[in-house]
Ligand binder design. Structure first.
Ligand code: CTP
Ligand SMILES: C[C@](O)(CO)[C@H](O)COP(=O)(O)O
Length: 255
């Protein structure tokens, strides 16, 4: 079997903390921007599906007491991979946010992972399958901040482009100071009851359509969201160029 040489073993100081973590891996997207002809989570890199890379990465963290994976409706191939890792596979929704809600609602049905606490989780890490090369250190940075009492934590990297806001006619309306911008990754970590309350409020307010990440919900509730160090290895496989990068990096690494 191929190994992810970018992963290391679990950090005991995190694994032995007080929080009980559920990990949600959202993998129910179609991959329309990638245009590969398969659901994106089934696309292979170095002979291994993106979902398998992602779940090996999660396992290596030693954090997940419950593991929930969202899959496209009727996707038996992805369900089988999820189950190999002891995860509960649930059918995702029409949007990423709807998939996250489906997974959150299933946490208490997920089996406890071997060797982990069987207590009910009180924290959750929500991770994109499309960021399947995220290193253990990024998971641990998020988990550690939750262990320290934070309620919402996101991994970020600096923005390297100048970013403009535009009006509806495509004229520039502003240039935010780049030093204050961050590019946001996953896993995003939350106190579980806080994220459940945030999604319930968003649903009441009809915000679901405009949600592009989970931390936005905490922001709308006035909950401070802490940024911790992400990683350039956590890039999201969205386009053909991203897949080419992944293959260049990992097919070489594993050959
Ligand atoms: N209805 C959806 C949409 C997305 N996702 C997941 O959310 C993550 C981020 O989404 P994205 O990278 O945009 O994936 P796709 O929706 O598959 O891509 P596209 O928008 O190009 O179709 C992915 O791991 C994807 O599988 C999901 O679980 N359910
Ligand atoms: C959650 C996310 O990965 C943070 O950058 C991103 O917002 C997902 O966006 P997508 O369009 O659903 O891929």
């Amino acid at each position: 079997m191929e190994t992810n040489t970018f992963l290391t073993t679990a950090n005991d100081s995190v694994a032995s903390g007080q929080r009980v973590f559920a990990v949600v891996v959202v993998a129910a997207g179609s991959g329309s921007r990638l245009g590969y002809g398969l659901p994106k989570a089934q696309v292979p890199v170095a002979g291994k599906e993106l979902l398998r890379w992602a779940l090996e990465g999660v396992k290596a963290t030693g954090l997940a007491s419950r593991l929930i994976v969202t899959v496209p409706a009727g996707d038996t191939a992805l369900t089988a991979i999820a189950e190999e890792f002891g995860a509960l596979a649930v059918t995702g929704g029409a949007t990423r946010a709807e998939s996250v809600v489906a997974a959150l609602n299933a946490i208490n049905r997920a089996p406890a992972q071997g060797g982990m606490s069987d207590s009910d989780p009180d924290a959750v890490l929500v991770h994109d399958c499309a960021r399947c090369f995220t290193p253990v250190e990024a998971f641990h940075a998020v988990a550690q901040a939750l262990e320290s009492g934070e309620k919402a934590v996101i991994p970020v990297v600096p923005v390297v482009d100048t970013v403009k806001s535009v009006d509806s006619d495509e004229y520039v309306s502003g240039t935010p100071a780049r030093s204050q911008l961050r590019a946001v990754q996953t896993p995003q970590g939350f106190d579980l009851s806080t994220l459940l309350a945030a999604y319930a409020k968003a649903s009441q307010q009809g915000l679901a359509e405009s949600i592009t990440d989970d931390a936005m919900l905490a922001e709308t509730m006035g909950i401070p969201v802490l940024c911790v160090a992400g990683s350039e290895d956590s890039f999201k496989i969205t386009t053909r160029l991203d897949l080419a990068l992944a293959r260049a990096l990992y097919e070489k690494e594993n050959s």
